[in-house]
Design a binder for this molecule. Structure first.
Ligand code: FAD
Ligand code: NAP
Length: 538
């Protein structure tokens, strides 16, 4: 039996949940499919020790409901994964979302029929749904990746990926643990694992810059300072570059004396978190300016880590600060002063295999009871291209063979009525994702509402508008230092993946204005039609 809905939404993370809520409010029928057994997406899957957000919770939360944002209480400045997951579940209950979400169900393929202007969507549980619109809320960081080290299956101990952490928890007490990777996940997990494990050995290919979070309990005063002004502050956040209010300093790092510049870095370091990158207005544009910030953090690492050789290994030298995702930690560098923590550089001698007992690099074998893969994700395109999406016998993954091509990161030419939330070509992972998710959901909801009220049922970007947007995205990216880093933003972490800068770096506020103007101009750059018009044109 084919079920018929106005919209199918793939994914029940923060994007899919809010999309469902908005569409219901407009009177559309919708079915959400979610591969996991619960809501929350990222926060459902990433249950590794130490997992928490790096955007303060007063900002990393939904703004769409004044009641919700007033009634919810965050216990810490940066909430932990269990608390964020409780919040996601609270939202699902409060807005009665679960009745339209089918869990434990993975969407396998979606095919658009130009004759009917409908998508037919299939799942791994045999569902077939016909829907006017398909919204991919599949997440930018939801396809966990373990590198294909030879011998993984032989390892006698346990292996874990941070992005697929067992829900029952893992007790690493007294164990010899190997951690592969030093990205944000590892940087959060290592200090916590080290408190329990007998020995932690960290395999580092590229060191990362990390800023102490200065996390702490939420105080009544701080909470009220947000809650009493939420409408104003949320609106401000929607119009700043990263979607996070970070108290940006609109001065160049190069216009101050060394002492003055150092003072400002010290203040930001003491305040903690990603606001460090807002210390000056040119840190992502000027190598010279960036060098001052990079060197400041390298010196902090040298001052924290007692063993000079370990400190030098931990101090990043090959990429400008911020061009790989900046990390935020609690006692990351200090953890290397523990007796039970060791750092192994795998840049020059890569991991050659996983053995029965552990990890081998060249002639040296390290023996473990457990290995933690903190090796990241097939970011931004992984989850989208895992679904067989096609129209006119063209597969999306074939169209995107040389890299993702979109108009505004919301739609792609040749695939009508298919929306992406925080897709490649939008600010997405360069921003407070809650702000970007809400912006995209609202834009899509307004768009399908517009189509309905104008008697239309099909929207598709023109090839020309897509080409122009992709060219603009590349141009803006190359005005910054970001392409200098071997980052997952560039697809470098996946062998064979095209190396293009995937998110849009023009800034959340500027991007929102562009999206709003295009919508106000009757969806400029899109072709809007009815079924009859499309058939007549064929
Ligand atoms: P997700 O939360 O990834 O949800 C997508 C869902 O789609 C998943 O549940 C997945 O199972 C499902 N899905 C995918 N494919 C299919 C399919 N074919 N069929 C069915 N279901 C499917 N961002 C910030 O702004 N601040 C932070 O502090 C922050 N911290 C992070 C910490 C970690 C550990 C990670 C991994 C990411 C973090 N992010 C952060 C980014 C985070 O992904 C977003 O903030 C946000 O949670 C994304 O929500 P989403 O709904 O778009 O995607
Ligand atoms: P990641 O940043 O991609 O880090 C993966 C790590 O694994 C890197 O250090 C990488 O080294 C290493 N690695 C990969 N393959 C390897 C190999 N074959 N040999 C040795 N090392 C290898 O992944 P992540 O840490 O999971 O973070 C992904 C993103 O999720 C973050 O950038 C952030 O956006 C988000 N996140 C946020 C938080 C937060 O603080 N709120 C926490 C976790 C995640 P190379 O760098 O050399 O490739």
């Amino acid at each position: 039996m084919t079920e018929t809905k106005d919209v199918v939404i793939v994914g029940a993370g923060f994007a899919g949940m809010y999309m469902l809520h908005r569409l219901r409010g407009l009177g559309f029928s919708a079915r959400v499919f979610e591969a996991g057994s619960g809501v929350g997406g990222t926060w459902y899957w990433n249950r590794y020790p130490g997992a928490r957000c790096d955007v303060e919770s007063m900002q990393y939360s939904y703004s769409f409901s004044p009641e919700l944002q007033q009634e919810w209480h965050w216990s810490e400045l940066f909430a932990s994964q269990p608390e964020i997951l409780r919040y996601a579940n609270h939202v699902a209950d409060r807005f009665d979302l679960r009745r339209d979400i089918q869990f434990d169900t993975r969407v396998t393929d979606a095919v658009f029929d130009r004759g009917t202007h409908r998508w037919t969507i299939h799942t791994d549980r045999g569902d077939e749904v016909s829907a006017r619109y398909c919204v991919m809320a599949t997440g930018c960081l939801s396809t966990a990746r373990v590198p294909d080290f030879p011998g993984i299956e032989r390892f006698r101990g346990k292996t874990y990926h941070t992005g697929h952490w067992p829900h029952e928890g893992v007790d690493l007490t007294g164990m010899r643990v190997g951690v592969i990777g030093t990205g944000s996940s590892a940087i959060q997990a290592i200090p916590v694992i080290a408190q329990k494990a007998a020995q932690v050995t960290v395999f580092q290919r590229t060191p990362n810059f990390s800023i102490p979070s200065r996390n702490g309990p939420m105080t009544e005063t701080y909470e009220q300072s947000w809650k009493s002004q939420y409408p104003t502050l949320r609106e401000q956040a929607r119009h700043v570059r990263t979607g996070v209010l970070t108290d940006p300093n609109d001065q160049s790092a190069l216009e101050l004396s060394d002492e003055e510049r150092e003072r400002i870095y010290e203040e930001r370091w003491a305040a903690g978190g990603t606001r460090f990158m807002a210390a000056f207005n040119d840190l992502i544009f000027s190598r010279e300016a960036n060098d001052t910030a990079s060197e400041f953090v390298r010196n902090k690492i040298r001052a924290t880590v007692q063993d000079p050789a370990t400190a030098e290994l931990l101090a990043p030298k090959n990429h400008p600060i911020g061009t790989k995702r900046i990390c935020v930690d609690t006692d990351y560098y200090g953890t290397y002063n523990r007796e039970n923590v060791a750092l192994v550089d795998v840049r020059n001698t890569p991991i050659s295999e996983i053995t029965v007992d552990g990890v081998r690099l060249g002639e040296t074998e390290y023996r473990f009871d457990a290995i933690v893969f903190a090796t990241g994700f097939d970011a931004m395109t992984g989850a989208l291209l895992n679904v067989d999406i096609s129209c006119d016998d063209i597969m999306l993954r074939d169209k995107w063979q040389a890299g993702p091509l979109t108009y505004l990161g919301l739609m792609t030419a040749g695939f009508p009525n298919l929306f992406m939330i925080t897709g490649p070509g939008s600010p997405s992972v360069l921003s407070n994702m809650m702000v970007s998710i809400e912006q995209h959901v609202d834009w899509i909801a307004d768009c399908v509402g517009y189509l309905r009220s104008h008697g239309l049922d099909c929207i598709e970007p023109t090839q020309e508008s897509e080409n122009t947007w992709v060219a603009h995205g590349n141009e803006v990216a190359h005005q910054t230092l970001y392409p200098l880093a071997n980052s997952w933003y560039m697809g470098v972490n996946i062998p064979g993946k095209p190396q293009v800068f995937m998110p849009y770096i023009g800034g959340v506020g500027a991007y929102r204005d562009i999206c709003d103007e295009i919508a106000a101009d009757g969806y400029r750059g899109f072709t809007l039609s009815t079924q009859e018009e499309a058939l007549a044109a064929e």
